[in-house]
Design a protein around this ligand. Sequence first.
Ligand code: ACO
Length: 432
Amino acid sequence: MSQEATLSFDDKTYKFPIFEGTEKERAIDFTKLRSETGLISYDEGFGNTGSCQSKITFIDGEKGILRYGGISIEELAEKSNFLESSYLVMYGKLPTQTELDLFSDRVAENASIDERMRSMFSNYPSKSHPMAILSSMMSSLACYSPELATNDRAADLEGFDEAAAYAISKVRTIAAAAYRASNGLPMIYPKPGVGYCDNFLHMMFSEPYNDFEPIPEVAKALNLMLLLHADHEQNCSTSTVRMVGSGGANLFASVSAGVGALWGPSHGGANMAVIQMLEEIHASGDDGSKFIEDAKSGKSGKRLMGFGHRVYKNFDPRAKIIGSVCEDLLNKMGVSDPCLDIARKLEQSALADDYFVQRKLYPNVDFYSGIVMRAIGIPLNMFTVMFAIGRMPGWLANWKEVASNPKGRISRPRQVYQGATQYAYTPIEERA
Ligand code: ACO
């Protein structure tokens, strides 16, 4: 197979190397394109652009494959848990028992937040969006532990083990505190000796002197959902984290930017948009058929939320896993959700509809994760926050990869300018 690609224009020919990844993906190395040809490549939305070489996660969107550090998501969903998979994502290998214990202990030890930080939550207006609080608070961690956020690459990398466990622990506490603050509820301290997800549920739903005690399947489903979100290669928020990190910014500043990027409805906000869509369909008395027609016409500006993916063009393996867990959980909890019936109908109709088939639009992970979260009692505006908790190890791993690359350059794309060409400044009184 050719190891070079040829580009010809203006009677000149240029050669660019082709290289291969470990899974045989091939790429043309265009790093010298501009210096050799004067051209830049144009790829709005980066659909064909490899922004980095990474060892963290592999996705084959055509075949519906997702692997963290070489291990399939199906196997991890069956045999692992969120903390162990977080370690795998961040360190590229499964931990030994000693390594896992050290990591889990670090996560457990860092569950509390500084009292001065805790008092900040009460200063947000009631009904503040918890994603806004989360982003600010993740960035603020740099103020409370400045030794982990020096913006000196070598020092920040040296503190990575501590900082990563700290961030994974704190994001959960901050998320629960953000929910309670935005609902005017008293904050609940973490419980020592309690697992990651149980502790989160405790901080979310316990009341003073009245501990929340869910059935074990609830924490299990939550754990699985976080595991399924732990990393997803160069998505919008992870690319944002890498971009911020590429300038040398510390880990907290970088993941805080990731939270902002995740908030949008085309990305992490989709799980929330799915439930809003299902509720809207339910309230209108439609069984989903009319909504599908609207989404197809494009005129209404509606899309079938939870369907389609930039990378998966066959199926999203995470959707398959969470879809079946969703059914089991609802049965065990004895929850009957009309939105689930509508979701099933939408899924069946869309999978049999030429519009969706031709465009390769399949349910993505958000299609069912919203229903799981609703059954657990997570309020709608917390859905994207849950995604952020899950994605934290992926962001941290990607920050580390950027920071550890001695040849890494600051991310600085080019553009094709389409604005006004030069004209003279006119004094204000002469302007029309
Ligand atoms: N409903 C109806 N039509 C759709 C949908 C949808 N959900 N998604 C894409 N299409 C159509 C587009 O209108 C377009 O049609 P056209 O070729 O006739 O113009 C075609 O499919 C291609 O769509 P693009 O927007 O170019 O696809 P892109 O890869 O840019 O977008 C995205 C992917 C953003 C996920 C899109 O499918 C979407 O908006 N889905 C709904 C939101 C969603 O579920 N987001 C979650 C993504 S997963 C995640 O972040 C965890």
